[in-house]
Design a protein around this ligand. Structure first.
Ligand code: NDP
Length: 290
Protein backbone atom coordinates (compact mmCIF):
# COMPACT_ATOMS: atom_id res chain seq x y z
CA UNK A 1 0.00 0.00 0.00
CA UNK A 2 1.32 3.45 -0.94
CA UNK A 3 2.35 5.64 1.98
CA UNK A 4 0.27 8.77 1.61
CA UNK A 5 1.70 12.16 2.55
CA UNK A 6 0.92 15.84 2.02
CA UNK A 7 2.12 15.74 -1.58
CA UNK A 8 0.28 12.59 -2.68
CA UNK A 9 -1.84 13.17 -5.77
CA UNK A 10 -5.44 11.94 -5.80
CA UNK A 11 -7.22 10.41 -8.81
CA UNK A 12 -10.53 8.60 -8.93
CA UNK A 13 -13.69 7.50 -10.67
CA UNK A 14 -17.12 9.18 -10.59
CA UNK A 15 -20.10 6.88 -11.11
CA UNK A 16 -23.44 5.79 -9.67
CA UNK A 17 -23.22 3.01 -8.73
CA UNK A 18 -19.47 2.74 -8.45
CA UNK A 19 -18.93 -0.03 -5.90
CA UNK A 20 -18.70 -2.69 -8.66
CA UNK A 21 -15.93 -0.81 -10.50
CA UNK A 22 -12.69 -2.72 -11.07
CA UNK A 23 -10.78 0.48 -11.97
CA UNK A 24 -9.58 1.31 -8.41
CA UNK A 25 -7.86 -2.09 -8.12
CA UNK A 26 -6.09 -1.95 -11.47
CA UNK A 27 -5.20 1.76 -11.32
CA UNK A 28 -3.80 1.57 -7.78
CA UNK A 29 -1.77 -1.49 -8.70
CA UNK A 30 -0.34 0.30 -11.77
CA UNK A 31 0.42 3.52 -9.83
CA UNK A 32 2.18 1.56 -7.13
CA UNK A 33 4.17 -0.50 -9.62
CA UNK A 34 5.27 2.73 -11.38
CA UNK A 35 6.41 4.14 -8.02
CA UNK A 36 4.04 7.11 -8.27
CA UNK A 37 3.05 9.06 -5.17
CA UNK A 38 -0.63 8.83 -6.10
CA UNK A 39 -3.85 7.08 -5.14
CA UNK A 40 -7.08 6.25 -7.04
CA UNK A 41 -10.39 6.42 -5.16
CA UNK A 42 -13.99 5.44 -6.09
CA UNK A 43 -16.47 8.33 -5.64
CA UNK A 44 -20.19 7.64 -5.75
CA UNK A 45 -21.56 10.73 -7.49
CA UNK A 46 -25.30 10.93 -8.05
CA UNK A 47 -26.62 12.78 -11.15
CA UNK A 48 -27.76 15.82 -9.11
CA UNK A 49 -24.27 16.14 -7.61
CA UNK A 50 -22.30 15.80 -10.84
CA UNK A 51 -21.71 19.53 -11.36
CA UNK A 52 -20.49 20.01 -7.76
CA UNK A 53 -18.29 16.90 -7.98
CA UNK A 54 -16.63 18.15 -11.18
CA UNK A 55 -16.06 21.51 -9.46
CA UNK A 56 -14.41 19.50 -6.68
CA UNK A 57 -11.73 18.27 -9.11
CA UNK A 58 -10.61 21.91 -9.32
CA UNK A 59 -11.19 22.96 -5.73
CA UNK A 60 -9.53 19.87 -4.25
CA UNK A 61 -6.84 19.78 -6.93
CA UNK A 62 -7.43 16.17 -7.96
CA UNK A 63 -5.08 15.04 -10.74
CA UNK A 64 -7.92 13.67 -12.83
CA UNK A 65 -10.79 11.20 -12.79
CA UNK A 66 -12.48 8.53 -14.84
CA UNK A 67 -16.17 8.96 -15.55
CA UNK A 68 -18.50 5.99 -15.74
CA UNK A 69 -22.25 5.37 -15.99
CA UNK A 70 -24.47 7.33 -15.91
CA UNK A 71 -22.34 10.46 -16.39
CA UNK A 72 -20.28 9.92 -19.55
CA UNK A 73 -22.48 12.21 -21.68
CA UNK A 74 -23.86 14.48 -18.98
CA UNK A 75 -20.38 15.60 -17.87
CA UNK A 76 -19.50 17.39 -21.13
CA UNK A 77 -21.02 20.84 -20.30
CA UNK A 78 -19.02 21.05 -17.07
CA UNK A 79 -15.62 20.79 -18.78
CA UNK A 80 -13.39 23.58 -20.18
CA UNK A 81 -12.16 21.69 -23.21
CA UNK A 82 -13.04 18.44 -24.93
CA UNK A 83 -10.74 16.42 -27.15
CA UNK A 84 -11.99 16.26 -30.79
CA UNK A 85 -12.79 12.54 -30.78
CA UNK A 86 -14.51 12.68 -27.37
CA UNK A 87 -16.59 15.51 -28.80
CA UNK A 88 -17.49 13.46 -31.87
CA UNK A 89 -18.32 10.47 -29.68
CA UNK A 90 -20.32 12.75 -27.40
CA UNK A 91 -18.98 11.07 -24.26
CA UNK A 92 -16.06 11.51 -21.87
CA UNK A 93 -14.57 8.74 -19.70
CA UNK A 94 -11.39 10.53 -18.57
CA UNK A 95 -10.84 14.04 -17.20
CA UNK A 96 -7.37 15.52 -16.93
CA UNK A 97 -6.80 18.63 -14.78
CA UNK A 98 -4.18 20.95 -16.25
CA UNK A 99 -3.79 23.70 -13.63
CA UNK A 100 -7.35 25.07 -13.42
CA UNK A 101 -8.50 23.71 -16.75
CA UNK A 102 -10.48 20.46 -17.00
CA UNK A 103 -10.03 18.58 -20.27
CA UNK A 104 -12.25 15.66 -21.32
CA UNK A 105 -11.08 12.60 -23.29
CA UNK A 106 -12.59 9.28 -24.30
CA UNK A 107 -10.17 6.35 -24.05
CA UNK A 108 -12.75 3.56 -24.61
CA UNK A 109 -12.10 3.46 -28.36
CA UNK A 110 -8.32 3.29 -28.00
CA UNK A 111 -8.71 0.58 -25.36
CA UNK A 112 -10.90 -1.37 -27.78
CA UNK A 113 -8.36 -1.11 -30.63
CA UNK A 114 -5.53 -2.21 -28.32
CA UNK A 115 -7.57 -5.19 -27.18
CA UNK A 116 -8.35 -6.18 -30.80
CA UNK A 117 -4.64 -6.20 -31.50
CA UNK A 118 -3.59 -8.02 -28.31
CA UNK A 119 -6.48 -10.46 -27.92
CA UNK A 120 -7.42 -11.22 -31.53
CA UNK A 121 -4.32 -10.05 -33.45
CA UNK A 122 -6.80 -8.02 -35.52
CA UNK A 123 -5.81 -4.85 -37.39
CA UNK A 124 -8.93 -2.95 -38.60
CA UNK A 125 -7.15 -1.29 -41.55
CA UNK A 126 -8.94 -2.11 -44.85
CA UNK A 127 -11.30 -4.54 -43.06
CA UNK A 128 -15.10 -4.85 -42.88
CA UNK A 129 -16.48 -4.60 -39.35
CA UNK A 130 -20.03 -5.03 -38.05
CA UNK A 131 -21.06 -3.43 -34.75
CA UNK A 132 -24.19 -4.59 -32.89
CA UNK A 133 -25.65 -1.68 -30.88
CA UNK A 134 -25.67 2.10 -31.13
CA UNK A 135 -25.04 3.36 -27.59
CA UNK A 136 -22.04 5.21 -26.15
CA UNK A 137 -19.69 2.21 -26.34
CA UNK A 138 -20.62 1.69 -29.99
CA UNK A 139 -19.93 5.36 -30.83
CA UNK A 140 -16.47 5.14 -29.24
CA UNK A 141 -15.71 1.90 -31.13
CA UNK A 142 -17.01 3.29 -34.43
CA UNK A 143 -14.82 6.42 -34.28
CA UNK A 144 -11.75 4.38 -33.25
CA UNK A 145 -12.29 1.82 -36.03
CA UNK A 146 -12.70 4.55 -38.64
CA UNK A 147 -9.56 6.32 -37.38
CA UNK A 148 -7.76 2.95 -37.69
CA UNK A 149 -8.65 2.76 -41.39
CA UNK A 150 -11.56 0.31 -41.44
CA UNK A 151 -12.86 0.06 -45.02
CA UNK A 152 -16.54 -0.67 -44.40
CA UNK A 153 -18.42 -0.24 -41.14
CA UNK A 154 -21.89 -1.72 -40.62
CA UNK A 155 -23.84 -0.66 -37.52
CA UNK A 156 -26.92 -2.64 -36.52
CA UNK A 157 -29.31 -1.65 -33.76
CA UNK A 158 -32.74 -2.49 -32.36
CA UNK A 159 -33.80 1.16 -32.45
CA UNK A 160 -33.41 2.26 -36.07
CA UNK A 161 -33.69 5.93 -35.13
CA UNK A 162 -30.74 5.71 -32.74
CA UNK A 163 -28.41 4.03 -35.23
CA UNK A 164 -29.37 6.47 -38.00
CA UNK A 165 -28.56 9.40 -35.65
CA UNK A 166 -25.18 7.83 -34.86
CA UNK A 167 -24.26 7.46 -38.53
CA UNK A 168 -25.47 10.99 -39.34
CA UNK A 169 -23.24 12.30 -36.57
CA UNK A 170 -19.98 10.57 -37.52
CA UNK A 171 -20.23 10.07 -41.30
CA UNK A 172 -19.23 13.64 -42.33
CA UNK A 173 -15.86 13.24 -40.56
CA UNK A 174 -15.12 9.99 -42.43
CA UNK A 175 -16.43 10.67 -45.93
CA UNK A 176 -13.88 8.35 -47.62
CA UNK A 177 -15.08 5.27 -45.73
CA UNK A 178 -18.36 3.38 -46.13
CA UNK A 179 -20.69 3.44 -43.13
CA UNK A 180 -24.09 1.72 -43.28
CA UNK A 181 -26.83 1.38 -40.66
CA UNK A 182 -29.40 -1.39 -40.32
CA UNK A 183 -32.30 -2.44 -38.13
CA UNK A 184 -32.42 -5.99 -36.76
CA UNK A 185 -34.90 -7.24 -39.37
CA UNK A 186 -33.25 -5.67 -42.46
CA UNK A 187 -32.07 -8.10 -45.14
CA UNK A 188 -29.01 -5.86 -45.55
CA UNK A 189 -27.99 -6.75 -41.97
CA UNK A 190 -27.65 -10.47 -42.80
CA UNK A 191 -25.70 -9.67 -45.97
CA UNK A 192 -23.35 -7.45 -43.97
CA UNK A 193 -22.94 -10.24 -41.39
CA UNK A 194 -21.71 -12.54 -44.18
CA UNK A 195 -19.16 -9.99 -45.39
CA UNK A 196 -17.78 -8.91 -42.00
CA UNK A 197 -14.20 -9.74 -40.92
CA UNK A 198 -15.09 -8.82 -37.34
CA UNK A 199 -18.43 -8.78 -35.48
CA UNK A 200 -18.59 -6.82 -32.23
CA UNK A 201 -21.25 -6.86 -29.53
CA UNK A 202 -21.48 -3.34 -28.12
CA UNK A 203 -24.96 -3.88 -26.66
CA UNK A 204 -25.49 -4.60 -22.98
CA UNK A 205 -26.84 -8.08 -23.81
CA UNK A 206 -24.84 -10.75 -21.99
CA UNK A 207 -24.29 -8.81 -18.77
CA UNK A 208 -26.76 -11.16 -17.04
CA UNK A 209 -25.81 -14.24 -19.07
CA UNK A 210 -28.34 -13.64 -21.88
CA UNK A 211 -27.67 -14.85 -25.43
CA UNK A 212 -27.89 -12.57 -28.48
CA UNK A 213 -30.74 -14.19 -30.39
CA UNK A 214 -30.67 -11.84 -33.41
CA UNK A 215 -27.10 -12.60 -34.54
CA UNK A 216 -27.01 -15.93 -36.42
CA UNK A 217 -23.40 -17.04 -36.09
CA UNK A 218 -23.86 -19.56 -38.91
CA UNK A 219 -23.93 -16.61 -41.34
CA UNK A 220 -20.47 -15.41 -40.25
CA UNK A 221 -17.51 -16.54 -42.36
CA UNK A 222 -15.10 -19.00 -40.75
CA UNK A 223 -12.15 -16.58 -40.91
CA UNK A 224 -14.03 -13.81 -39.06
CA UNK A 225 -13.47 -12.91 -35.40
CA UNK A 226 -15.92 -12.05 -32.64
CA UNK A 227 -15.49 -9.40 -29.95
CA UNK A 228 -17.85 -8.98 -26.99
CA UNK A 229 -17.46 -5.68 -25.10
CA UNK A 230 -19.33 -7.24 -22.20
CA UNK A 231 -16.96 -8.67 -19.61
CA UNK A 232 -17.77 -11.10 -16.85
CA UNK A 233 -15.89 -13.57 -14.67
CA UNK A 234 -17.33 -16.40 -16.77
CA UNK A 235 -17.26 -16.71 -20.57
CA UNK A 236 -20.06 -14.56 -22.04
CA UNK A 237 -22.73 -16.47 -24.03
CA UNK A 238 -21.71 -14.64 -27.26
CA UNK A 239 -18.05 -15.61 -26.85
CA UNK A 240 -18.98 -19.18 -25.87
CA UNK A 241 -21.26 -19.58 -28.92
CA UNK A 242 -18.58 -18.16 -31.24
CA UNK A 243 -15.87 -20.47 -29.89
CA UNK A 244 -18.24 -23.44 -30.19
CA UNK A 245 -18.45 -22.56 -33.90
CA UNK A 246 -14.66 -22.45 -34.13
CA UNK A 247 -14.40 -18.66 -34.43
CA UNK A 248 -11.70 -16.58 -32.73
CA UNK A 249 -13.39 -14.65 -29.92
CA UNK A 250 -12.51 -12.30 -27.04
CA UNK A 251 -14.48 -10.54 -24.31
CA UNK A 252 -14.22 -6.95 -23.03
CA UNK A 253 -11.62 -7.47 -20.28
CA UNK A 254 -8.83 -6.37 -22.61
CA UNK A 255 -10.76 -3.22 -23.54
CA UNK A 256 -11.34 -2.36 -19.88
CA UNK A 257 -7.62 -2.70 -19.22
CA UNK A 258 -6.77 -0.78 -22.42
CA UNK A 259 -8.99 2.21 -21.62
CA UNK A 260 -7.42 2.30 -18.14
CA UNK A 261 -3.90 2.23 -19.58
CA UNK A 262 -4.72 5.12 -21.92
CA UNK A 263 -6.18 7.17 -19.03
CA UNK A 264 -3.06 6.46 -16.97
CA UNK A 265 -0.91 7.70 -19.85
CA UNK A 266 -2.96 10.91 -20.11
CA UNK A 267 -2.51 11.60 -16.39
CA UNK A 268 1.13 10.64 -15.92
CA UNK A 269 2.72 10.78 -19.40
CA UNK A 270 4.13 7.29 -18.90
CA UNK A 271 2.66 3.89 -19.72
CA UNK A 272 1.81 1.49 -16.90
CA UNK A 273 3.81 -1.73 -16.70
CA UNK A 274 2.94 -3.73 -19.79
CA UNK A 275 0.01 -6.11 -19.25
CA UNK A 276 -0.28 -5.34 -15.53
CA UNK A 277 -3.84 -3.97 -15.59
CA UNK A 278 -5.11 -6.92 -17.62
CA UNK A 279 -3.39 -9.41 -15.31
CA UNK A 280 -4.99 -7.66 -12.34
CA UNK A 281 -8.47 -7.92 -13.94
CA UNK A 282 -7.96 -11.57 -14.86
CA UNK A 283 -6.86 -12.30 -11.31
CA UNK A 284 -10.02 -10.65 -9.91
CA UNK A 285 -12.19 -12.68 -12.33
CA UNK A 286 -10.47 -15.92 -11.29
CA UNK A 287 -11.07 -15.06 -7.63
CA UNK A 288 -14.74 -14.30 -8.32
CA UNK A 289 -15.07 -17.69 -10.06
CA UNK A 290 -13.47 -19.74 -7.31
P1 NDP B 1 -26.01 2.10 -23.82
O1 NDP B 1 -27.08 1.96 -22.80
O2 NDP B 1 -25.59 3.45 -24.29
O3 NDP B 1 -26.44 1.24 -25.14
C1 NDP B 1 -26.97 -0.04 -25.01
C2 NDP B 1 -27.16 -0.66 -26.40
O4 NDP B 1 -27.62 -1.99 -26.23
C3 NDP B 1 -28.19 0.06 -27.28
O5 NDP B 1 -27.76 0.01 -28.61
C4 NDP B 1 -29.44 -0.82 -27.09
O6 NDP B 1 -30.33 -0.78 -28.19
C5 NDP B 1 -28.82 -2.18 -27.01
N1 NDP B 1 -29.67 -3.15 -26.32
C6 NDP B 1 -29.86 -3.25 -24.98
N2 NDP B 1 -30.72 -4.28 -24.72
C7 NDP B 1 -31.05 -4.82 -25.93
C8 NDP B 1 -31.88 -5.91 -26.32
N3 NDP B 1 -32.55 -6.67 -25.43
N4 NDP B 1 -32.01 -6.19 -27.66
C9 NDP B 1 -31.33 -5.46 -28.57
N5 NDP B 1 -30.53 -4.41 -28.26
C10 NDP B 1 -30.39 -4.09 -26.95
O7 NDP B 1 -24.77 1.29 -23.21
P2 NDP B 1 -23.21 1.50 -23.54
O8 NDP B 1 -23.06 1.67 -25.00
O9 NDP B 1 -22.63 2.49 -22.63
O10 NDP B 1 -22.62 0.07 -23.08
C11 NDP B 1 -22.93 -1.11 -23.79
C12 NDP B 1 -22.14 -2.29 -23.25
O11 NDP B 1 -20.73 -2.07 -23.45
C13 NDP B 1 -22.31 -2.53 -21.75
O12 NDP B 1 -22.42 -3.91 -21.56
C14 NDP B 1 -21.01 -2.05 -21.13
O13 NDP B 1 -20.69 -2.76 -19.96
C15 NDP B 1 -20.04 -2.37 -22.25
N6 NDP B 1 -18.84 -1.54 -22.17
C16 NDP B 1 -17.64 -2.19 -22.01
C17 NDP B 1 -16.48 -1.47 -21.89
C18 NDP B 1 -15.21 -2.22 -21.71
O14 NDP B 1 -14.21 -1.57 -21.35
N7 NDP B 1 -15.16 -3.50 -21.94
C19 NDP B 1 -16.46 0.01 -21.98
C20 NDP B 1 -17.76 0.60 -22.19
C21 NDP B 1 -18.91 -0.18 -22.27
P3 NDP B 1 -31.48 0.37 -28.31
O15 NDP B 1 -30.80 1.60 -28.81
O16 NDP B 1 -32.44 -0.20 -29.29
O17 NDP B 1 -32.06 0.53 -26.92
Amino acid sequence: MVELNGNSRVYGIFGDPVSHSLSPLMQNMAMQSAGLDAIYVPFRVTPENLSAAVGGIRSMQLGGVNITLPHKQQVLPFLDRIDDDASLIGAVNTIVRCEDELVGFNTDGLGFIRSLSEDLVFDPARKKVLLLGAGGACRAAAVALLRSGVEELYIVNRSRERVDCLVERIAPTFSEQQIASYGLTDVGYLQALERADLVVNTTSIGLKGEAIDFCPLTKIKASASIYDMVYSPVETPFVAAARARGLEAADGIGMLAGQGEEAFFLWFGVRPENGLMKKCLQHICEKMNS
